[in-house]
Write a protein that binds this ligand. Structure first.
Ligand SMILES: Nc1ncnc2c1ncn2[C@@H]1O[C@H](COP(=O)(O)OP(=O)(O)OP(=O)(O)O)[C@@H](O)[C@H]1O
Ligand SMILES: [Mg+2]
Length: 266
């Protein structure tokens, strides 16, 4: 279990001849139970950062620590094991296996980690999780026979099956309609509260960002702002988010988050 993940002086550069620097001097610490949004314009480096936090991608410079363990020193196999035991993933597209039932899909991270058939207590846990995400009556349906919102619920249950301390989500509601977005967002928050799971959520949805406890804003691959939203007045919260979601904002977003210019981008 990793109660704390720290990034120290992280940099990421792509290419050898022509170099593109995507992240620079990133220093961040995430504590157990935090509910954090990573926001920024398209191309600012959000997904790259999330991939590095998740150890799916390696930084060009700097280190990542889980407590005192330097993850940048681990081999690919050690990292794969660490990820499987410590982290859950939710993506914009759920990547459920089409030929398998919802229940089997939820159990896949267990199969991968343990390399064997799930024992009855794991199957029970998977069923409980499907119940938890409102999918109790669809658990034997093939993943192709349920709606997009239901598929994302199954993907959330799958992210939880190894009881990870951290969930990393890249646009988890990016392909959902607005009503389902509200429901899924509510569900993520409940899981965060009930299991004390850390959530790091990359989002283009300013309503999701506004509900996070902490907002990390990236501009051109650098941390531009990193602040707690608790205690902020509603108006201030929306004003802080406005420049990311509305290029023409002059900070006059109102309490409901409506942009008077009507030029919001997300
Ligand atoms: N494999 C790669 N090779 C070269 N450049 C890359 C690679 N992956 C990403 N980039 C560049 O890194 C920058 C940041 O990309 P990233 O996907 O992290 O942005 P993002 O903030 O997630 O954007 P979006 O909101 O559109 O998803 C972009 O300019 C992108 O073109
Ligand atoms: Mg992205």
């Amino acid at each position: 279990m990793a109660d704390q993940i720290s990034l120290k002086n992280i940099g990421k550069t792509y290419g050898t001849k022509v170099k593109t620097t995507v992240l620079q001097d990133v220093n961040l610490t995430f504590a157990r139970g935090e509910y954090v949004a990573i926001i920024g314009q398209s191309g600012s480096g959000k997904s790259t950062l999330l991939n590095i936090i998740s150890t799916l991608d390696r930084p060009t410079s700097g280190e990542i620590y889980a407590e005192d363990k330097n993850l940048t020193e681990l081999t690919e196999n050690e990292l794969a094991r660490f990820r499987n035991q410590t982290m859950g993933f939710i993506f914009q597209f759920h990547y459920l296996l089409p030929e398998f039932s919802a229940l089997d899909n939820v159990l896949i991270p267990y199969w991968i980690g343990a390399g064997r058939k799930p024992p009855p207590d794991k199957v029970k846990l998977a069923k409980n999780l499907l119940e938890r995400v409102g999918m109790a009556d669809r658990m034997y349906n093939k993943s192709t026979d349920i709606s997009g919102g239901q598929q994302q619920r199954v993907a959330i249950a799958r992210a939880l099956v190894n009881r990870p301390g951290i969930i990393l989500a890249d646009e988890p509601t990016g392909s959902l309609d607005s009503q389902t977005t509200v429901e899924v967002n509510k569900l993520l928050r409940e899981i965060n509260k009930d299991f004390k799971t850390t959530f790091i959520i990359v989002t283009h949805d300013r309503h999701i960002a506004a509900e996070c406890d902490r907002v990390v804003e990236i501009v051109d691959g650098r941390i531009h702002k990193d602040y707690l939203t608790s205690g902020l007045e509603e108006n201030k919260k929306w004003q802080d988010l406005a420049p990311v979601y509305c290029r023409e904002s002059n900070g006059d977003c109102n309490t409901a988050g409506m942009c008077p210019s009507g030029k919001e981008t997300g």
